[in-house]
Write a protein that binds this ligand. Structure first.
Ligand SMILES: Nc1ncnc2c1ncn2[C@@H]1O[C@H](COP(=O)(O)OP(=O)(O)O)[C@@H](O)[C@H]1O
Ligand SMILES: [Mg+2]
Length: 357
């Protein structure tokens, strides 16, 4: 998979910019605040239809503007060309209500589930340490961002599950507050069980893949993930039915999942979030990201198109050995690397394109 060019209009700090990418490796340099992360965010947006950092997605639209555009030209392994575009709004244009996000492939409007997956991408930056140390919600969101790119059905199930969850929670509240009938729960239970189990199974598949992936060959370092799943079934829902009405929220299901990461040792495994050094945590994230890259590359639909790799300011934080490991990986697919200064980029053997912001 190659991203040939990207055009940004009123996206973050870019009023109107166009970038052509002619190389396999693209180094982007610029001072702090020059827009390096913004540019990678735009590329990742084309892949996942979401910002990897903004909770409020309209923050991606340039200040004072109503509409932002990101358009990318893709070139796939089988010489297929595609133009994909996202249009962002704040929900209103010229006083009229419009959708916040619209998706186009070759100029034709698409649903989000048919948009995601055209471009596959892995993004890796200093914030990813939060995947180890942060809340379970971050890790769930991470799993989703990977799996929606490889599996359209996962994306559909996720959207349906999240909608159903909101409805079911509302109903639980109505049962508690207004004495609404429990009968309607049957419908939502079925919907959540069906979609929830799909999500759980796919999350399980990805996490099992991680556990088999050992990028640090011969380095006596290996990591493990443990899936702490909250299964959803009739029996489990039955079991929690009293508490759920009292709480007014659904207490079991993949929205309550967690994942833990461990550093493998001969006699015992060390919980990365609690008992390991910052350096070990960084390597844990590196393992996670390299595994994710191979997972996306090996997924049925994308073969033989490898995902694009987006590396934001990561070299300063790695020791030379792990820099080498990343550098070896860089040549395998189109890779975008940012750094504050040209001399911070590692020495590559391959030809690189330098973009100065
Ligand atoms: N919605 C927005 N509108 C205008 N400018 C923005 C918006 N969001 C972020 N910026 C600006 O983008 C800059 C940060 O860009 P960033 O890509 O993070 O820089 P860096 O090169 O350090 O990675 C800041 O100056 C910030 O004010
Ligand atoms: Mg940055």
């Amino acid at each position: 998979m190659l991203l040939n060019s990207i055009s940004l209009t009123h996206f973050r700090s870019f009023p109107k910019s166009h970038f052509d990418f002619d190389g396999q490796t693209i180094a982007i340099s610029g001072l702090n605040g020059s827009g390096k992360t913004n540019l990678l965010e735009a590329i990742y947006l084309l892949a996942s239809a979401k910002s990897f950092r903004a909770d409020v997605e309209e923050e991606m639209i340039q200040e004072t503007q109503e509409v932002g555009h990101v358009k990318g030209k893709l070139y796939s392994h089988d010489h297929e060309k595609k133009e994909i575009e996202i249009v962002l709004t704040r929900g209103q244009v010229g006083g009229e209500k419009v959708s916040r996000k619209k998706f186009y492939v070759n100029g034709v409007s698409k649903q989000v589930t048919n948009f995601v997956g055209n471009l596959k991408a892995v993004i890796f930056g200093p914030w990813d340490l939060d995947l180890i140390t942060g809340s379970p919600g971050l890790r769930r969101r991470y799993l989703d961002s990977v799996l929606i790119q490889t599996d359209r059905e996962y994306h559909r199930a996720l959207i349906s599950y999240e909608k159903g969850l909101r409805q079911r929670n509302k109903l639980l509240e109505d049962i508690r507050e207004k004495g609404a009938s429990r009968h309607q729960l049957i419908f939502w239970n079925k919907l959540l069980i069906k979609n929830g189990n799909y999500l759980t199974n796919k999350r399980e598949e990805f996490l099992s893949f991680l556990n088999l992936f050992k990028p640090f060959l011969n380095w006596q370092l290996s990591f493990l993930s443990r899936y702490d799943r909250s299964s959803i079934s009739e029996t489990r829902l039955q079991q929690y039915s009293q508490e759920e009405v009292a709480a007014g929220v659904t207490l079991v299901g993949p929205h309550r999942d967690n994942v833990e990461f461990f550093l493998e040792r001969d006699d015992h495994n060390i919980d990365l979030s609690k008992f390991s050094s910052r350096g070990e945590q960084r390597l844990g994230v590196l393992w996670l990201k390299l595994s994710e890259l191979e997972f996306l590359a090996s997924s049925q639909e994308s073969r033989p198109d490898r995902p694009v790799l987006l590396l934001d300011d990561i070299f300063s934080e790695l020791d030379h050995r792990h820099r080498e490991l990343v550098i070896t990986t860089i040549g395998k697919q189109q890779t975008f690397i940012t750094g504050a200064d040209d001399h911070l980029f590692p020495n590559f053997n391959s030809k690189i394109q330098l973009i100065r912001l």
